[in-house]
Ligand binder design. Structure first.
Ligand code: PEP
Ligand code: MN
Length: 341
């Protein structure tokens, strides 16, 4: 159920509704919008209905949420705008998250981070724990990689996005990450999602290689259910019959998700094509289609990269790429959010 408060409802009235929801064993998830506060009540529908909240002071209406993704649903909700390290994600903001696929060395990370900052990037990405198709491939620098990411933030001020693959590594990742990335292969790792939900850390969750949008939203629901509202969804390409590139970037997912959910939706234009020449076009398409941002791989020397070299953009040409991206984002009415809000 969603309890929609009146425009002038007081904080005491909101709290009274929350208390009553929780008194029957359900969980209350308040969301304070600019105009009105809505409170999601997740639990036994019968119990919540019996509270008779329709007549409670400050309550405008009580609406059943028909979708299985109760907290992610756009029903009765304004689009969410997250604030991460002073940068806004969602709404009218277009976020540029850029950085190498994986953290390789101090020099590589610092050079990439400076380039992303100078080009007006919003956040910096880099993997310390890497999900690799082969167990024989480089698996990431682990804690040493996290340390280098912390150094990059220290120097550039850019908030850090980095992947958590295993709940056993959550503590060191929480210390460094401003946003935890859940990789495509872990989208349905429900124990990991719940653990991240309990941590409260903003989370970017990538769509699984063969997952439907509803499955993606149900994955987000695991995080939201634990009381963590800071979830960003990411379309990164899905498996289709096409073999001319690695994955098919599902542009339709952007407007479709926007109808289904209030959560910000970003796009990864790097992993779908798997090659650099296609990345700019996909980036522009995503921005023009209304994505709230992109997460793109960039490297000072992609030819030497340990993983995903062929798809990583050179940090050298970043300014021009960002200028074009700003134009594409403007088509959808969004402005690049680089400086702290
Ligand atoms: C990555 O971001 O480097 C990555 C491995 O992405 P995905 O989980 O989408 O494959
Ligand atoms: Mn990669």
């Amino acid at each position: 159920m969603m309890i929609v408060m009146k425009a002038g409802a007081t904080e005491d009235q909101v709290q009274a509704v929350i208390d009553r929801i929780e008194s029957c064993g359900a969980r209350a998830h308040p969301s304070r919008g600019e105009e009105v506060t809505v409170i999601g009540a997740v639990g036994d529908r019968e119990h919540v209905a019996r509270l008779g909240l329709e007549g409670a002071p400050g309550v405008e209406q009580v609406v059943p949420i028909l979708k299985p993704y109760k907290l992610a649903s756009s029903q009765m909700r304004e689009p969410s705008v997250l604030e991460i390290g002073g940068r806004r994600i969602g709404g009218e903001n277009f976020s540029l998250i850029a950085g190498p696929c994986t953290v390789e060395s101090r020099d590589q990370v610092m050079t990439a981070a400076r380039a992303v900052r100078d080009a007006g990037g919003s956040l910096f990405r880099g993997g310390a724990y890497k999900p690799r198709s082969s167990p024989y491939s480089f698996q990431g620098l682990g804690q040493e990689g996290l340390r280098l990411l912390a150094e990059a933030r220290e120097e550039t001020g850019l908030p850090i996005v980095t992947e958590l693959m295993d709940a056993r590594d959550i503590e060191p990742v929480l210390e460094v990450a401003d946003v935890i990335q859940v990789g495509a292969r872990n989208m349905q790792n429900y124990a990991l999602l719940s653990e991240i939900g309990r941590s409260g850390k903003p989370t970017l969750i990538k769509r699984g290689l063969s997952s439907t949008l509803e499955e993606l939203l149900m994955a987000a629901e695991y995080i939201l259910k634990e009381g963590n509202p800071n979830v960003i969804l990411c379309e990164r390409g899905i498996r289709t019959f096409e073999t001319a590139y690695r994955f098919t970037l599902d542009i339709t997912a952007i407007p479709a998700l926007k109808e289904m959910t209030h959560l910000p939706v970003i796009v990864d234009p790097s992993h779908a094509p798997g090659r650099r020449s296609l990345v700019p076009a996909l980036s522009m398409a995503a921005a023009a289609a209304g994505a709230d941002g992109i997460i793109v791989e960039v490297h000072p020397e992609p030819e030497e990269a340990i993983c995903d070299g062929p798809q990583q953009l050179h940090t050298d040409g970043l300014d021009e790429y960002v200028a074009r991206l700003e134009q594409a984002a403007a088509v959808a009415g969004k402005v690049l959010s680089s400086a702290p809000a």
